[in-house]
Design a protein around this ligand. Structure first.
Ligand SMILES: *Cc1c(COP(=O)(O)O)cnc(C)c1O
Length: 426
């Protein structure tokens, strides 16, 4: 499907029915798969032959959706996980072990911040958080001999920092490590990090890819471009024999698919976190309309951002689609079709008006979610960052009056009317 445009790939990639087969992707709701001979099954366990044997490792429904996402990103292979958290964990842990080090954007999603800063630290993996807006010479100082990867988001959730992907890829590659980009908010419809030098892409498919808030899921996609053998001393898990598979060497046996094959056959086998076939089916339905939805999310968010910016009760608006935004130029370069539907803004007067505003909304709902069809809001100071005092909030880059608004795909006039009446109450 690689010659088609992304709108076509969203519909046609992945599941390819045979003559007389079901047109829609079937849900293979089966833990296991049957073989005629014991020998055949043995070959699957040795990775000698491709095939399904147990859904903790692979399932045909999941693989069809993984193939679609790989095609959307322009990668060679993908693996689905049961959450975005699992995707980012596996993406790093697949090439990094105790005693090694990663570099991560400080503006990263809170869940990933905890994953790297707290949980992976307990596994002996150290993380340095950096300001991705810093000059290259400054960022270069974060690299160590044991650094194994750089991780950042194409659009940071919720800070809305737009990543200079080419700059980060150049830095990572000049230090012999891959750049991993979490492309959740932009989606491959609006940004394709591989075209700018990223090596691995991750997703929380829970957000726009699903688009209807139906399933929690994740994905890891490999571009196939990083030369693991050129840095074999760093990535020995990929370039030296795996004793748990009779000494196969992933890069030798699987070439460009080495990274995803290792993630599937080692990490999925040992740690689980496979999504259910039912959830993959739902994700696939969401992917079919992703380009249409992203277009509408961006259109609506632009109108809403302009409305908020002009409103007397609003102190400031963060949205890269606004010409004055700090990230406007980077967004135009990396996401010419638009960024996403998420806006953050600040009300004059801080915390109390923000709470009154939110309680007055009728259409927009208060939920701990972003990036689906329904307009929703979150007040970080009262919700996700509730335990912090005002000084700590400031250090985390969040002000007491900041509101995170995820603009949905309803009629934009209705959304603006709702915001307008709630602003009156604030
Ligand atoms: C939500 C999110 C995650 C975590 O994904 P889950 O599916 O909730 O586990 C990771 N990265 C980004 C950018 C997210 O928005």
């Amino acid at each position: 499907m690689s010659d088609y445009q992304i709108e076509t790939k969203c519909i046609q990639s992945g599941w390819q029915p045979e003559n007389g087969g079901p047109r829609m992707l079937p849900i293979y709701q089966s833990t296991t798969f049957k073989y005629d001979t014991s020998e055949h099954m043995g070959k699957l366990f040795d990775l000698e032959e491709e095939g399904y044997f147990y859904t903790r490792l692979q399932n045909p429904t999941n693989d069809a959706v993984a193939a679609k996402i790989a095609d959307l990103e322009g990668g060679v292979a993908a693996m689905l996980t049961s959450s975005g958290q699992a995707a980012n964990f596996y993406a790093v842990f697949n090439i990094c072990e105790a005693g090694e080090h990663v570099i991560c954007a400080s503006s990263i999603y809170g869940g990933t911040f905890n994953l790297l800063g707290v949980t992976m630290k307990k596994l002996g993996i150290e993380c340095t958080f950096v300001d991705v807006d810093a000059p290259e010479e400054e960022l270069a100082k974060a690299f160590k001999p044991n650094t194994r990867a750089v991780l950042a988001e194409s659009i940071a959730n919720p800070a809305l920092v737009i990543l200079d992907i080419e700059k980060m890829a150049r830095l990572a590659h000049s230090h012999g490590v891959p750049l991993i980009v979490d492309n959740t908010f932009a989606t491959p419809v609006n940004c394709r990090p591989f075209e700018w030098g990223a090596d691995i892409v991750t997703h929380s498919t829970t957000k726009y890819m699903d688009g209807h808030a139906m399933q929690v899921g994740g994905a890891i996609v490999d571009s196939g471009n990083f030369d693991w053998e050129a840095y074999g001393d760093k990535f020995h898990g990929l370039t030296t024999p795996d004793d748990s598979y009779h000494g196969i060497i992933y890069t030798k046996k699987f070439g460009k698919k080495a990274y995803i094959t290792k993630a599937t056959s080692q990490l999925m086998r040992d740690l689980g976190s496979i999504p259910s076939p039912m959830n993959c089916f739902l994700l696939n339905v969401g992917l079919e309309t992703l380009p249409l939805r992203m277009e509408r999310h961006c259109y609506n968010a632009q109108k809403v951002a302009e409305f908020l910016q002009a409103h007397e009760k609003v102190a400031s608006v963060n949205f890269a689609g606004l010409p004055g935004d700090k990230y406007h130029e980077l967004a135009k370069k990396y996401m010419p079709k638009g960024t996403c539907g998420v806006i953050s803004f600040e009300l004059k007067g801080g915390r109390e008006p923000a709470v009154r505003f939110m309680d007055s909304l009728k259409l927009a709902s208060i939920v701990t979610h972003v990036a689906d069809a329904k307009t929703c809001v979150l007040h970080p100071a009262s919700h996700t960052h509730r335990q912090l005092n005002d000084q700590q909030l400031k250090e985390a880059g969040i002000s007491p009056g900041m509101i995170r608004l995820s603009v949905g795909i309803e009629n934009v006039q209705d959304i603006i009317q709702d915001l307008s009446q709630a602003l009156e109450q604030a």
